[in-house]
Design a binder for this molecule. Sequence first.
Ligand code: URA
Length: 210
Amino acid sequence: MPEKKQPIPLDSIRAQVERCHRCPLAEGRTHTVFGTGDPHARVLIVGEAPGKNEDLQGEPFVGAAGKYLSELLAIAGLTREEVFIANVLKCRPPSNRDPRPEEIEACTPYLREQTRSIDPEYIVTLGNFSTKFILKTEVGITRLHGQLHRAGRFKVFPIFHPAAALYDGKKREALENDFVTLGELLARPDARGEGSTVACGGASVAPEER
Ligand code: URA
């Protein structure tokens, strides 16, 4: 049997991210945004990319969408401290434009290593970019949100991005309902089997029964 790759400690991954120059976004950044929260969280939240406030402060989701995310986490009975919040990209794209495929390719090895290190039970993907990366799908968030999927040993729960819902009442309602569902899922005991393969991004995907 091939030997299982050992996870890299989160602090070592953070150090690598801080000195990263794998893509041109490094030139325009004030800070890298590695992520914050419990290094052994049961829930890993994955957003898209830092915005202006995140770039200035070096922390994810600190602007208006971040304030709303804290309220949404509370709906599921969670605090920011007990989850881990990260992004697909660790540096801010100029003018908050969409991440480019080559930036995602350059940056996501860090997210993969973060996921291995944290080893969450659930990955909550916020919006299209993180959902497409984690589930390796072209299906959009509108069809995938609010249902449980799988990527390797991880349960994946896609939800609309809070920024997309801030000014859209319909999305807001869907988003808040999905956080209620997340809270219900989390009320179940962690039933992960030991010895399964660690995988993230590119694993097979099958909708799971709820
Ligand atoms: N939007 C994101 O996707 N991530 C952040 O950190 C902030 C806003």
